[in-house]
Design a protein around this ligand. Sequence first.
Ligand code: GDP
Ligand code: CA
Length: 318
Amino acid sequence: MRIVVLAGGIGGARFLLGVRAVAREVGAEVTAVVNVGDDVTLHGLRICPDLDSVMYTLGGGADPERGWGRVGETWTVKEELAAYGAEPTWFGLGDKDIATHLVRTRMLDAGYPLSAVTDALCDRWQPGIRVLPASDDRVETHAVVEVDGVTKAIHFQEWWIRHRAELPTQRFVFVGAETAKPAAGVLDALAAADVVLVAPSNPVVSVAPILAVPAVREAVATGKAPVVGVSPIIGTAPVRGMADKCLAVVGVECSPAGVGGLFGARSAGGVLDGWLVDESDAGVEVPGLTVHARPLWMTDEAATGAIVRAALSVAGVS
Ligand code: GDP
Ligand code: CA
């Protein structure tokens, strides 16, 4: 069996731990197509937060408490940059993490596409699955905000981390998405997939930027593989993080029904066939989707594996 997973950072990475565990049991191949909308250049370094969360988590090098970055991290370079007054100071740039960004930036500057760079970085981390950026082109999420009466677009990272998602925000723009092409390997993986899973990632700023690449959306929406999503929302709140603030910007209710409706049924121009919601949300209906309820807390690999098995069963491939 071939499984393709659309994934953001922390939620995507945790879900992929369960996908990998199930894949090892059933002998499946896994490809993660990861969001690049959060990618940003700071202090001359190209940073890919979601790719790194996936790579570090599956490679056993992530900080489990913080959720992002490296375990046993130190912050000397960040402190030194702050001592110079070098902006921005709001981004958490750890010393070990910086080595990743140095290697990546150097390879990108030498002309390698991001997919090849990611492969090279994964040589060290051995994630046990194929990790692909959604695109090798620039697809960057910006927030259109009002600051002192002026409307402007700021990078998603600045909106999310510096402003804690608290600025009055009109909308998100995926800069470059319209002309972006899927990264090398993405369309082949989707064409060969027996099932596509949408991880319980932030629907607005992790999954939507992946699907904003026109050929990726087309391949998911019209491919032969069934597509099943897992809700990142339980009840009326994200399990973790600020997805509620992103959903408010796009005018979607923060609920499993709201997010299921945002993705929509493939039969009606959307991207999903099935939708998994938490057991406490049993009874939720989304037009056109097969909805199943089961525990969706990714407390450990076994619990997450059970979610993955349920998703495969909704897809009819288990
Ligand atoms: P980010 O890119 O690092 O923000 O991570 P993602 O976009 O991949 O995932 C963030 C989403 O994961 C949040 O909206 C959370 O609600 C969701 N999430 C985190 N832990 C869990 C969990 O245990 N169960 C479910 N269903 N969702 C979770
Ligand atoms: Ca992210």
